[in-house]
Design a binder for this molecule. Structure first.
Ligand code: F6P
Length: 362
């Protein structure tokens, strides 16, 4: 009897997802255990909406994967399986019974869910209901607990760095200040690493609210040194002291998230009015999730995909593949959900300069 693995990608897309699907598939095909791998269309939505009794619907929502099909997938960004923010356990629209029924009817033995806290939270709930699940960490925010690395982060940091390199020439030519907004709802890793790699003058993160007085005085000090421009990197979830996050759209998704964004414009206008320096803003938005995966994301996708198959063979269900201190291992899904890995300000941030740390070994 073949063991059927269903693999799906959930939440925001990012480079590295296709590589993980490729390596789950390829690695499964090479094992002594007789595996069959199917890809699920659009994450949890596919498993909820599929009608297992209707061949047309099965064709729409499930797809048999083999080595030939996935051969080149690791080179491409996005997710060839499609994704969604569907929450089958949503209190407003609970479809968990349908989900369980469909998993059974499709003859799925194990679900490999590639995603962030929401997708993995669903995998954990399924695990508690007796479904064999394995998680692979993905989020460009890199804020998942239980792993040092989540797929997509490195590519996104590279995008931020490249875009800021590009921005510098025009910012310098016009003596302008640029406020660059990155993603990162609750955690500042993208802004911090993107800012550190691109040499931003000021980095603003959700974990440390900022004072306009202080950042304006840093900018004045820099202008005083005849430096013609400055780059400020700000995470979408950063906020000035006493203010709330900037919400772009109050409509919540099935996991209860609103869409953040727009803080860069507000900060740019405030700086210009307080200092008189010409200040523009740029929102990098979904560009950070686009493009081809970096070498690091390809490697991590490969290792996580292989690890997921190892975990299935070892019957390590209800766990997530993870990178801890340079080693690939696995951790219980339960430990990865319900909280986020945020920037430890005292350790990684310099509050006086609003920038990365200036002392590392204490
Ligand atoms: O959770 C990952 C993330 O990249 C957040 O940083 C961002 O707020 C969100 O996705 C945006 O997602 P979308 O616009 O695709 O719904």
């Amino acid at each position: 009897m073949k063991m059927k693995i269903a693999v799906l990608t959930g939440g925001g897309d990012c480079p590295g997802l296709n590589g993980a699907v490729k390596w789950v598939t390829k690695s499964a095909m090479e094992r002594a255990v007789d595996f069959e791998v199917i890809g699920i269309t659009d994450g949890w939505r596919g498993l909820v909406e599929v009608d297992p009794d209707d061949p047309k619907s099965r064709e729409k929502y499930t797809r048999t994967l083999d080595e030939e099909i996935v051969r080149t997938w690791d080179r491409y960004g996005g997710t060839n399986l499609g994704t969604s923010r569907t929450n089958p356990f949503s209190p407003q629209n609970d479809r968990s019974e349908i989900l369980l029924d469909n998993i059974k009817k499709l003859g799925i033995d194990v679900v490999v869910a590639i995603g962030g806290e929401d997708t993995l939270g669903t995998a954990y709930r399924l695990h508690k209901l007796g479904v064999k699940t394995i998680g692979i960490p993905k989020t460009i925010d890199n804020d998942l607990v239980g792993t040092d690395y989540s797929l997509g982060f490195d590519t996104a940091v590279n995008v931020i760095t490249e875009e800021i390199d590009r921005l510098r020439t025009t910012a310098g030519s016009h003596s302008r200040i640029f406020v660059v907004e990155t993603m990162g709802r609750h955690a500042g890793w993208l802004a911090l690493h993107g800012g550190e790699c691109s040499g931003a003058y000021i980095i603003l993160i959700p974990e440390y609210s900022f004072s306009f007085e202080e950042i304006c005085s840093l900018l004045k000090e820099r202008k005083g040194r005849e430096i013609r421009y400055a780059i400020i990197v700000i995470a979408e979830g950063a906020k000035p002291t006493g203010k709330e996050e900037f919400i772009q759209n109050t409509k919540v998704d099935e996991f209860g998230h609103v869409t953040l964004g727009g803080i860069a414009k507000f900060v740019a206008e405030e700086i210009e009015s307080r200092t008189g320096f010409e200040t523009r803003h740029l929102i990098l938005s979904h560009l950070q999730r686009g493009g081809t995966p970096s070498a690091h994301d390809r490697l991590m996708a490969r290792w996580y995909g292989i690890a997921a198959v190892d975990m299935i063979i070892n019957e390590d269900f209800g766990r997530m593949a993870s990178l801890l201190r340079g080693e690939i291992t696995s951790v219980p899904l339960k430990e990865c959900i319900g909280r986020l890995k945020r920037v430890e300000v005292e350790k990684y941030y310099n509050k006086e300069r609003y920038n990365g740390r200036r002392s590392i070994i204490n």
